[in-house]
Design a protein around this ligand. Structure first.
Ligand code: ATP
Ligand code: MG
Length: 161
């Protein structure tokens, strides 16, 4: 197996409530630790935190729906997908619109700054906001492993590793 063929995958289902942001951060950090990727854990956790927050606060029409967080490592590329079931999206937003005195509108600016690439896929019943971060050092050749078991209420992990 070559390094490019390494694939790790973890998926979490989050309830549509503010406490899920903390849970998403914990799941992300724990997953990256299990994949020996702590050097990018701060950046990835911050971006996941911003996007899960958005998926909760900007989707009042989807309060009964859950939010999915997927983390995938392929070669040196870490991809995160945050899927919500709200139907609103303000449209093309590059470059993000925040200016220095704005009190909001910073989340996607942060994503734009830290992620190597990001985007939005509109779905029939919502949207996925995704980003890529390149791992700067060599990724250890991990064998597929089970996703760390959940310790947070309201989270159901699905393991594709
Ligand atoms: N998942 C989403 N669903 C619907 N609209 C979204 C979503 N994420 C972002 N948006 C829209 O994009 C805008 C910009 O998002 P961004 O995260 O940059 O700023 P914010 O959430 O308004 O403020 P901040 O993140 O600084 O607290 C939001 O105000 C909202 O209109
Ligand atoms: Mg935001």
């Amino acid at each position: 197996m070559t390094r490019q063929a390494v694939l790790q995958s973890a998926t979490y289902t989050l309830n549509h409530r503010p406490t899920s942001v903390r849970s998403a951060r914990a799941c992300t950090r724990r997953t990256l630790a299990a994949w020996a990727l702590l050097d990018i854990a701060d950046d990835v956790t911050l971006l996941v935190s911003e996007l899960v927050t958005n998926a909760i606060v900007h989707t009042a029409d989807a309060v009964r729906c859950q939010i999915e967080l997927a983390l995938n490592l392929s070669g040196r590329t870490l991809r995160a997908d945050i899927t919500d079931h709200g139907h609103s999206w303000p449209g093309p937003m590059e470059p993000p619109r925040a200016v220095p005195d704005d009190e909001s509108g910073r989340g996607l600016t942060v994503v734009n700054s830290l992620a190597d690439k990001w985007g939005v896929e509109l779905l029939p019943d919502g949207k996925t906001v995704w980003f890529l971060i390149t791992v700067r050092r060599a990724v250890p050749c991990l064998r597929p492993s089970r996703t760390p078991s959940p310790r947070w209420p309201g989270i159901a992990p699905a393991d594709h590793g």
